[in-house]
Design a protein around this ligand. Structure first.
Ligand code: ATP
Length: 628
């Protein structure tokens, strides 16, 4: 969604689409689904219902008692009865409030538990979403669904649902009491109610549109914050001197929010003005007609009765108003649920297969058979890629930037699934293999090393929670990072900073190598950083990598001659096809893509790192010979 933001806010077209999407179709299925979240708490819900009924009756009782206070107490000149009804009235109203507190507690408890369930379910679901989901969706949007949308559900349960229940009950009880007193006056009181409907409808519609716009603006704000206040985002902003532009962009959205919020509040204000006027008509009509009835027809009606009816009528306005208004809240609630369900309904693209195969021993053998792949319908990235990597052997993939090297290796641990052909891991089609086992046995050291904010120890233990001190130190030694750790005052307890940004690129890579070694996968994939590391860093990584790949099956995405030469066999990828393969000597002799890469890239890189690459060349040529 960032483009929307970049274009200076959601344009007409974009919004109207969103509008359509946000307007929920309230189907029986949707409602059933919403209620399925309430079902586990049916006992508590019944308790809430009982509380609401009792407290509604208790709330209305003082109004009825007013009649007795006037007729029996004051007009009847009976002090004892007067005091009795007054005390009773106070006690009942105290009890009503007390029950209200209990009811709020249970209500909040239910709401919190429902959102707890939902949050967990959502988090779990998102964890199973594919890489595609995370690369395609805006991070701000994902976070909003996890946070404010689900928080919204809480308010739906504590406000909307509760309001529907308690207002309906209060209204029914009040109406019954009114009709019992005097049906003529009761009908008269009700006659005013239709006057509410028009302003309520109008205000409701306005609020609905405004709320939606506000929600959209909120998503946008989250998007901007996420993009620009993250570590890498900030870095980009600083380096490109975009502070002012980003500030302006933020200020614009912020301004929009202010406008929307003012509009929303004001929509409510006009509505209340109209409402208050209408509210005053009812009681006056009752006094008038009631007065006429007493004076002209000498009916059985008393002054107390009229007072009670006016009081009860007053109690019906709030529920009627709320219930008319609830349509908006209800729509909003359903839209909220819809947004959440939309995420829940996104199919889990990559799942553990039924009857997953769990091989006893995994050696890391990989075979690609005519693999095709595309991220989207527009462009095919890999074309008919076939190769076989025997266990214990290593292969290098080289090729121009964007040729599909990273894509190729992402298919092995099933970050994506192939669109054509098949991939075998230890002779089993990866689609049939137990997903956890597969991923456990594929270790990737990626170009962009990601470390969590924590200590080196915590980051290492991410791979193996029960790793002993010795195992960790061993891995660090193998990864050539031990000297760095020893130099740190706190050793393994050194904090790496947000995403490991307190460390250099080379140090991070070596720690991530140590981490993958602790994981001890059957297949090791090393995506060599294209970014320039200094030659010392580079040779330290090189020294770490070479012995490791000698002892296990490995795939190297290589940009440096020394890495290429360390592999048993080299595959050259261009525009998603394997165009050449062989060992270094053979490939150079071909005079094709590899030769060109060698002349333009590898040689130049090698120049900065004489010693290491020179040795490597000798070893590698042999290795390549064997492999071929
Ligand atoms: P480099 O050496 O620069 O890392 P590479 O050979 O590893 O490049 P890939 O990262 O595999 O190349 O990308 C291959 C092609 O796929 C590129 O054209 C890229 O634009 C496209 N691509 C990569 N990731 C995605 C994605 N998540 N969605 C859509 N297209 C993508």
């Amino acid at each position: 969604m960032p483009p929307g933001g970049r274009n200076g806010g959601p344009g007409g077209h974009y919004m109207s689409e969103e509008e359509k999407a946000a307007q929920p179709k309230i189907t029986a299925k949707l409602i059933k689904r919403v209620f399925s979240y309430l079902l586990p708490y049916w006992k508590q819900l019944i308790l809430v219902l009982v509380c609401i009924i009792v407290s509604s009756v208790f709330t209305l009782m003082p109004s009825v008692l007013t009649g007795l206070i006037i007729d029996e107490g004051i007009l009847g000149k009976n002090l004892k009865l007067l005091i009795f009804f007054i005390v009773l009235s106070l006690v009942v109203s105290f009890l009503a409030n007390l029950i209200g507190v209990a009811e709020s507690y249970i209500n909040v408890w239910i709401a919190q538990h429902i959102t707890f369930d939902m949050r967990n379910q959502m988090y779990k679901h998102l964890q199973h979403m594919s890489q595609r989901f995370f690369t395609t969706n805006n991070q701000g949007d994902i976070i909003t669904r996890m946070t404010s949308d689900i928080d919204g559900v809480e308010s739906v349960v504590t406000n909307t649902f509760r309001s529907i229940l308690s207002n309906s009950i209060t209204l029914i009880v009040a109406l019954v009491a009114m009709f019992q007193k005097n049906w003529i006056l009761a009908l008269l009181g009700i006659a005013v109610i239709p006057l509410f409907i028009i302003p309520t409808r109008k205000a409701g519609k306005t609020r609905w549109t405004l709320t939606k716009d506000a929600q959209e603006a909120n998503d946008e704000v989250n998007g901007v914050l996420n993009e620009t206040l993250s570590v890498s985002g900030q870095l980009l902003v600083k380096l490109f001197g975009k502070e002012k532009e980003e500030y302006d962009r933020y200020e614009n959205i912020n301004k929009k929010m202010v406008r929307l919020n003012i509009k929303e509040r004001m929509a409510g204000r006009w509505f209340f003005m109209l409402l208050n006027t209408v509210t005053n008509i009812g009681p006056m009509a009752l006094y008038l007609v009631g007065g006429i009835l007493i004076m002209q027809y000498d009916s059985s009606i008393t002054v107390g009765d009229i007072t009670v009816l006016v009081a009860l009528l007053g109690k019906t306005y709030m529920p009627v108003n709320s219930l008319l208004n609830i349509q908006v809240d209800w729509m909003r609630a359903m839209a909220l649920f819809n947004r959440i369900f939309e995420y829940f309904d996104m199919p889990v693209e990559i799942e553990n297969p039924k009857d997953a195969i769990t091989p006893k021993k995994v050696t890391g053998r990989v075979e690609f058979q005519h693999v095709d792949f595309s991220y989207d319908e527009e462009r095919q990235i890999l074309h008919d890629v076939s190769f076989r990597l025997e266990s214990g052997k290593s292969m290098a993939i080289v090729g121009p930037s964007g040729s599909g090297k990273s894509t190729m290796i992402n298919l092995i641990p099933r970050l994506y699934d192939v669109t054509g052909g098949r991939i075998f891991f230890d002779g089993v089609n990866v689609k049939n293999m137990d997903l956890a086992l597969l991923r456990k046995n594929v270790g990737v050291v990626s170009q962009e090393t990601y470390l969590f904010n924590g200590t080196i120890r915590e980051n290492l233990r991410y791979a193996k929670p029960d790793a002993t001190e010795e195992e960790m130190l061993n891995a660090c030694k193998k990864a050539n990072i031990m000297d760095f750790i020893e130099k740190q005052e706190k050793g393994l307890d050194t904090v790496v900073g947000n995403r490991g940004l307190k460390l250099s690129g080379g140090e991070k890579q070596r720690i991530s190598i140590a981490r993958v070694l602790l994981k001890n996968p059957a297949l090791l994939i090393f995506d060599e950083a294209t970014s320039a590391l200094d030659s010392i860093s580079e040779s330290r990584i090189q020294e770490a990598i070479e012995p490791i790949i000698k002892e296990r099956t490995s795939i190297l995405i290589a940009h440096r001659l020394s890495t290429i030469l360390a592999a048993d066999r080299i595959y050259v990828l261009k525009d998603g096809r394997i165009v050449e393969q062989g060992n270094h000597k053979e490939l150079v002799a071909l005079g094709g893509v590899y030769t060109e890469l060698y002349e333009t890239q590898f040689k130049a890189v090698q120049g900065g790192d004489d010693g290491g690459a020179g040795d490597g060349a000798g070893d590698g040529a042999d290795g390549g010979g064997n492999g071929a």
